[in-house]
Structures are given as structure tokens and as C-alpha cells.
Ligand binder design. Sequence first.
Ligand SMILES: [Zn+2]
Length: 377
Amino acid sequence: MLSPAEIATVNSRVDLRALAADLGAGFRGKSRVGRCPICGGGRSAQRFEIKRDGRSWACAVCNDGGDAIRLVMRVKGLDFRGAVEALGGPVKLSEAEREKLEAKLAVEQARRNREASIYRERERRRLYEIWRNAAPLVGTPVEPYLGGRGISWRLGELDLRFAVAPYFHGEEEDERGRKSPRRIYEGPAMLAAFVGPDGRFRGLHLTWIDAARPGEKAEIFDPDTGEALPAKKMRGHKLGGWLKLTKAGDWTRLCCGEGIETTLSMREAHYDRFGYRAAGDLGNLAGKAEATVAHPFLKTPSGRAQRVPGDAPVADSECMPIPSETRELVLLKDGDSDPFTTDLAMTRAARRRARPGLVIRQMSPPAGLDWNDVLRG
Ligand SMILES: [Zn+2]
């Protein structure tokens, strides 16, 4: 067993961003966001992030994150000891050195926790203001957007809203060197609220839409690189929450998908046979995996087998809650991501929720399609 101080000696010697880049993260310029060296990032490659502190990472698709040791474990399929050795092993510390370093680490950790909780609450309030001031969707550009995707059944019962919202990408620095998010675009957006297990507001899902072309998302480009950016963003505390799609719902029969349009396509086909909720992404739908497994044919840019999250769930990892009254749970699979990775994630999602009295089914669209394609087809 290594002490926390010895573990810190391993991590502190690593430049995490450089390590992630070596393992295949592929950052552009100075960006901290790139392709996930574990899962490849799913549909949107930009889902892997080195946190602001430079010492931890997170991937929204893997629903995983941690320090340099964990990254090496996940990417190379090593156990803890193996990853520590791969990073050069721990530094031997005297008892006095160990105590001193551990005290310092505890102070730093407490400070980081404090800052994170202040930031999280501030962001929650900011997002709640946007939500509170947004308009109910009927009669706004959200209505033709959904209509263009074949979704029109009892829209007044949906709890989606409309606002003209700013789009932030990257950071900018003012003359005093203070960094803040950089606003690169503003336009009409469909809003959905992330709520916690207690129903409390905790974040926003924003989809920027093209008001001139019903059913289409806005096209947003990075002003520096010209790269097309995702028209969706999730802000606030997503993990462990769910997207509230309808104002009310009977949760005894629950149908859950990754995205809003996917889940609403199912509602359009089945009306109120179910209650409908969306997870936002695969990570929040499936929860964290116990370990990664080698992909049968996908290779990383460096030529080794891509490792993807396996089907064994971590029982206490944060992910979308299923209400205790639910007796039937339908998990919607999206057909447009890598099938091997998605199958593992869906099995993990089902295993994670298994309990007596709950019937869990998975529904798959035809290969290469998502549920909205099926609805429109
Ligand atoms: Zn990943």
C-alpha cells in the first residue's frame, strides 16, 4: 500500500497534459480539451478535459476521471501498481517527510474542495437565472425546431424553454491577466433543466438552433481555427442528475435515452405509455466502469488497441437516478456511435440499475441510425 504522500510524489513528477497527449489525447494549440485517449470521445471527440488545476482529467463519455496514475491504468489496462511503476515508481520518503507532505496535501485538497463548491453554486445560480427568464417553448423557434424533427405531440406538456443564449468557447485574458470564458456566439437556443434526485435545479442543457431552418442546429465555428463546434452544451452539475423533459410524469414505466431529441422521438411514437427522461450523455446514462477493455479492432493513433469502458459498473459512481417507483425501465440505445462501446455502456447501465421488481429492457434502432432518424423515416 502506498501512502497518499507517496502517490503524490508519482503524480507531481508528471506533466499530465503532456502525458495525455503522448497517450493520444490530441490537443489543439494550448487547449485543455481534446480526444479521449481511453474511449476516443464518442460522437463528439472533444469530450476529454484536463482540469483547470492541471492535475486531474475527466471524460464525459467514459464518465471517468482522476490523476495521472488513473489515466495510465485506464489507457493501458494496468492495475494501480503497474501504472505507478510505468510512471517511474514512488519516491521513498522518511516518516517526517511523509507527514509534512500529507499535511500540505490535506490543506490543498480542502482549499480545492472549498473553491469547487463556491464555483458550482455560483454557476448554478447563473444558470437558474437564464432558465427562469427563458420562455415556454410553444410559440418560440423551439416549436418549429422540434417540428422539423418530427416532434409535435402535445408540446405544451414539455418542460423545454427558449432563450437567446451566449455560447462560450475557450478563454480570454483581460489586461490584468485574469482569464474568463470567451463568448464567441449568441443565438436562439432550446433549454432543458438538469435536476438532481431531489428535483432541485442543478444545470442546463443548451442546444443552439437555426431559426431559419426548422429542425436544424446552429452552425458555430471556432473563430481561430474555423473548426465546427458542437451546437450543444451542458453546464452545471450533470452527473447524478437527469434532464426534465416533461412538466409531469408517471415514472412507474420509464423510458430513458441519452439525448433530448432521441427520447422525445420515442415519446412521439409511444405517447404517454411511459414517463420520459434523458441523461444528457452516455456517461451519465451508464455510470462509471470497473475497468476498461480492449476494443476488438479500433486502434489508437500510436497503433495499440483502443481501450474502452467495460460492462461492469462501479456501484456508487454518480449517474442518472432511477426512481424507486419505477417497475419497467426502457433504455434507448443510440445507433450512431461505435456499436462495441455503446453495447458495453448499455449493458453497464442495465446491470447498474438491476434490482428485484424492476424489468429492464434495451431498445436498439437499426444500425447506423438514431431514434429520430427512425421517427422521421
Ligand atoms: Zn473517454
